[in-house]
Design a protein around this ligand. Structure first.
Ligand SMILES: Cc1cc2nc3c(=O)[nH]c(=O)nc-3n(C[C@H](O)[C@H](O)[C@H](O)COP(=O)(O)OP(=O)(O)OC[C@H]3O[C@@H](n4cnc5c(N)ncnc54)[C@H](O)[C@@H]3O)c2cc1C
Length: 265
């Protein structure tokens, strides 16, 4: 028998999770696991009635904000990512917090978090802590979240580059899990950031490529080719049922270069 609790505040949810409950937000990842017999939770803590998890401040997006809302209100590249997630039904139910909680290498929200150096806010009976993205994602579907901690929000930096773009390559144009996904941002001082997904166990940054292209105010065609080469060199993809290591490596460079082109215009 599954026990389902419906807390209406973060405080209640934290208490329920501390007793061994498993968080359920939109259920678009968790219920797939349940349906395939990969998860058999006995104590579920449903988060949908907690209004404060959908709070959205200037630099803080509540974990319970859905993809549908992100499509309309998020910074450019995150909104673009949101538009590629699943179908309207999935986007109405699925949340940014759930994407972070699952920590799939292919999570479409995660390259943005990497590119802008976001942090993850976690609440427990002991208080609230904030973990930078690169310390939070530690492996394939593995995070630094401790048992019982509730993901309450994503923190974004105060200043974010206006020029930013998300792109995703997959086997189809819609309803597809990424073979490669990427966010490129470039600010007015030419500082360029490249966040990537599906090409390593965790979301990652292509830091050599960033360093090279950030030092060039007006990259030439050959600079952009070199940028793509560095991205392809830095990623750490695997071959699996969705793609090969070689294709992912090549596609990551091409995608990052195309997104850079969008940020240069
Ligand atoms: C048909 C289909 C298509 C999809 N397409 C895409 C896609 O294109 N791109 C993509 O990135 N994903 C896709 N997904 C996966 C999924 O929709 C997303 O990862 C979504 O963001 C998950 O959010 P959720 O609220 O449904 O999470 P849930 O399923 O409710 O939870 C996911 C995990 O996170 C934990 N969790 C959730 N919220 C919290 C919290 N606040 N604190 C602590 N732990 C928490 C849960 O315990 C669970 O382990 C798809 C899924 C389906 C079924």
């Amino acid at each position: 028998m599954v026990e389902v609790q419906h807390p209406t505040s973060v405080e209640q949810a934290v208490a329920a999770l501390a007793e061994g409950g498993l968080a359920l937000a939109g259920g678009t990842d968790l219920m797939v696991e349940v349906n395939f017999g990969q998860a058999r939770p006995e104590n579920v803590v449903a988060l949908r009635r907690i209004g404060e998890l959908a709070d959205w401040g200037p630099n803080r997006i509540g974990a319970g904000v859905t993809w549908s809302r992100l499509e309309r209100e998020a910074p450019t590249a995150l909104a673009q990512a949101a538009r590629t997630v699943g179908s309207p039904q999935i986007r109405n139910a699925g949340t940014l917090g759930g994407n972070v909680g699952t920590a799939s290498p292919a999570g479409d929200g995660l390259p943005f978090l990497a590119a802008v150096d976001a942090s993850i806010e976690l609440a427990s009976p002991g208080g609230v802590r904030t973990v930078p993205w690169h310390e939070f994602f530690v492996g394939v579907k593995k995070t630094a979240r401790l048992a019982g901690e509730l993901i309450t929000a994503i923190h974004l930096p105060e200043a974010m580059p206006e020029r930013q773009a998300f792109g995703k390559i997959g086997a189809r144009n819609a309803m597809v899990i990424a073979t490669v996904c990427c966010v490129v941002t470039r600010d007015d001082a030419d500082v360029t950031r490249v966040g990537l997904g599906s090409v390593a166990p965790t979301p990652m940054r292509a830091r050599h490529a960033e360093e090279m292209i950030s030092s060039i105010a007006r990259p030439s065609a050959s600079d952009r080719v070199e940028f793509a080469r560095l991205v392809s060199e830095e990623v750490r993809p695997i071959t699996d049922h969705r793609s090969t290591e070689e294709y992912r490596r090549h596609a990551a460079g091409v995608l990052a270069r195309r997104l850079l082109d969008r940020c240069l215009r």
